[in-house]
Design a protein around this ligand. Structure first.
Ligand code: GUN
Length: 314
């Protein structure tokens, strides 16, 4: 049936991993933690998000981050700067936020305009407030397995993927994991997180030879390439758990007005994959909602560490 355009219900066997529901539950727990922090320690975690320019997708993300931060009972600080902002001006903003005691987490929305060196900005953020986990200190701590005081803040999207995997599979120890994509935001930290769970990890990418064969070896397949439906059903090992990080906007079927409607697809051809995989995250409603929920969790963690209190149990 692979490649068929219409599929019957009974052909689809994979379990759908409901990231939307998992994220809603996580946000509920975070809201309870925030309530306890306020009541017991007079601590209200604060998250500052900086948006440079007016990229529509970034504006949407930043709006949702602000809304969900407030819904969790935290303080949200939004800083919008023009697309013409210089590196020095943005560094000054970061410095101001580093020194603001009401701000426990700082996120500078990426990508940044061409005149700004992204790494220079990321590495100017106080590592204790780096809720994206992109600072070299946090990346290094993740790689070297830092614990306790030296525990990293972990990038939100791979952290969300790991939570879904552990919830679905329990122990990941000994499993073969293939991560397709090597970005600093998802692919590289995802590989490190899976390695820390004792998976045997391959990080594949655009130059990997015979990528379908590499993917077919995976018990756990994480797709983070940003190419619509690149990973086909026959690239997947029967019974594998597939995590689709892609959020790609493509032209869909024509609407009533005859014009094609935009729709979101992942990096995996979901319908095909569902015939082979054991479980898969949908797009939308899989990994996407987990990213902001993990950002809120990182903000609580950062606030607690800065205030010298432990993260409350709920
Ligand atoms: N742009 C796309 N994903 C992210 C993310 O996780 N953090 C930041 N800061 N920018 C992004």
């Amino acid at each position: 049936m692979i490649g068929a355009t219409t599929l019957k219900e009974e052909d689809l066997s994979a379990t759908i991993i409901d990231g939307k529901a998992f994220a809603a539950n996580l946000r509920g727990k975070i809201a309870q933690q925030v309530e306890r922090l306020k009541a017991d320690h007079g601590l209200t975690p604060g998250l500052a998000v900086v948006l440079v320019g007016e990229t529509p997708a970034s504006q949407v993300y930043v709006r949702s981050k602000g809304k969900q931060t407030v819904e969790a009972g935290m303080q949200s600080f939004e800083h919008k700067m023009p697309a013409s902002t210089s590196q020095a001006e943005l560094l000054q903003k970061v410095d101001e936020l580093n020194n603001d005691p009401a701000v426990h987490g700082i996120l500078v929305q990426l990508p940044l305009p061409d005149q700004i060196d992204e790494q220079a900005i990321i590495n100017a953020i106080d590592p204790a407030k780096d809720v994206d986990g992109f600072h070299v200190i946090n990346a290094g701590r993740l790689m070297t397995g830092g614990k306790g005081e030296a525990a990293p803040l972990v990038p939100c999207t791979p952290l969300g993927c790991l939570m879904l995997l552990k919830d679905h599979l329990g122990s990941l120890s000994g499993k073969t994991a293939v991560v397709v994509g090597r970005s600093n935001i998802v692919g590289k930290p995802m590989g490190q997180l899976l390695l820390a769970e004792s998976c045997t990890v391959t990080t594949a990418h655009s130059r990997t030879q015979d990528l379908p064969a590499v993917c077919r070896g995976a018990d756990i397949l994480v797709a983070a390439v940003g190419r619509p439906e690149m990973i086909r059903g026959d690239w997947i090992k029967p019974g594998a758990t597939v995590i689709d990080v892609g959020i790609n906007r493509v032209e869909g079927e024509p609407g009533p007005d005859g014009k094609p409607k935009g729709k979101l697809v992942g990096d995996v051809a979901t319908q095909e994959a569902m015939e082979v995989a054991g479980a898969i995250t949908p797009v939308p409603g899989g990994v996407g909602p987990m990213t902001i929920a993990c950002l809120l969790a990182n903000t609580v963690t950062a606030a607690c560490r800065q205030a010298g209190v432990s993260v409350p149990e709920v």
